[in-house]
Design a protein around this ligand. Structure first.
Ligand SMILES: Nc1ncnc2c1ncn2[C@@H]1O[C@H](COP(=O)(O)OP(=O)(O)OP(=O)(O)O)[C@@H](O)[C@H]1O
Length: 254
């Protein structure tokens, strides 16, 4: 594998449910350090794509290569261990556990199962790393709060911080600002994007708010009816007639 090997390559990736193609012909190549927004109206196939890359859905056809390795069909734990991580539209947390415990559990789950007992247990190093990461996301103040008691926006921040445990190379965020009020969205993105980028992570995020896309993406992939409509620079994609007609005009999301 050379340094020029793309981080993520999908070829003709497809997922159908029954006879319905939720996402098809998805061929992209993403390099290291890119910041890519995935846009598209409701039901366009964005989450289906993220679910395939992260192993939550098995593709019906096509392939996924990560750092040159074929990872098609790996399960979520395997993709996580390979260095691909994600957050969810609705934060996936253990509500009874504290924020710090959620971070630690993520770290243990992402560790190699064949490691020694110590490698998969609660060590001081693991606690320190989890606390340091919470601090980087400005979340140290809620470290000992049960996750289930946190406000929605903070839960989403914690879910994203959990995706950053163990310095993954590729992070996919599924609608990081959904459910966050309009006037708090930018601040919330500021608080999560900077810590993610400080590790040179490659970032792909699904977003419906074009102000956020303009501010945080360098490249945009627009989905429409399960296919890629256009993949290019932010300026090019947001000025595209079809994107304006079918994607931006068709946004029906909070
Ligand atoms: N598990 C499933 N079973 C059947 N159909 C599904 C399933 N998951 C997704 N679909 C369908 O696949 C299509 C794409 O859905 P997907 O969730 O990927 O869209 P999306 O672009 O992420 O939309 P949104 O912005 O609303 O989250 C939709 O028509 C959806 O109804």
């Amino acid at each position: 594998m050379s340094d020029n090997t793309p981080l993520l390559v999908t070829e003709n990736l497809e997922k159908s449910f029954g006879g319905v193609v939720a996402a098809g012909n998805i061929s992209i190549s993403v390099g290291r350090g890119e910041q890519v927004a995935i846009i598209g109206s409701n039901g366009a196939g964005k989450t289906t794509f993220v679910n395939m890359v992260t192993g939550y859905l098995t593709p019906s056809a096509g392939s996924i290569r990560y750092l040159g390795r074929d990872i098609t069909g790996l399960n979520p734990r395997q993709t996580a261990r390979a260095g691909i991580r994600r957050s969810f539209q609705i934060a996936q947390l253990f509500p009874q556990m504290t924020a710090l415990e959620n971070m630690i559990i993520t770290d243990i789950a992402a560790s190699e199962s064949k490691g020694s007992f110590r490698a998969r247990s609660l060590t001081d190093a693991r606690m320190d790393a989890a606390m340091a990461l919470l601090k980087r996301f400005g979340l140290e103040g809620i470290a000992n709060e049960p996750a289930g008691t946190l406000p929605q926006g903070v839960r989403k921040q914690l879910d994203i911080a959990m995706a950053a445990v163990n310095d993954p190379a590729l992070i996919l965020l599924d609608e990081p600002t959904s459910g966050v009020s309009a006037d708090e969205k930018m601040e919330m993105m500021d608080s999560v994007i900077q810590p993610l980028l400080s590790d040179d992570a490659t970032l792909m995020f699904i977003e419906h708010d074009m102000d956020i896309v303009r501010r945080y993406a360098r490249r945009v992939i627009a989905f429409y009816e399960g296919q890629i409509l256009i993949d290019g620079s932010v300026e090019e994609v947001l000025a595209d007639d079809k994107v304006r007609q079918y994607v931006i005009g068709g946004v029906a999301h909070a």
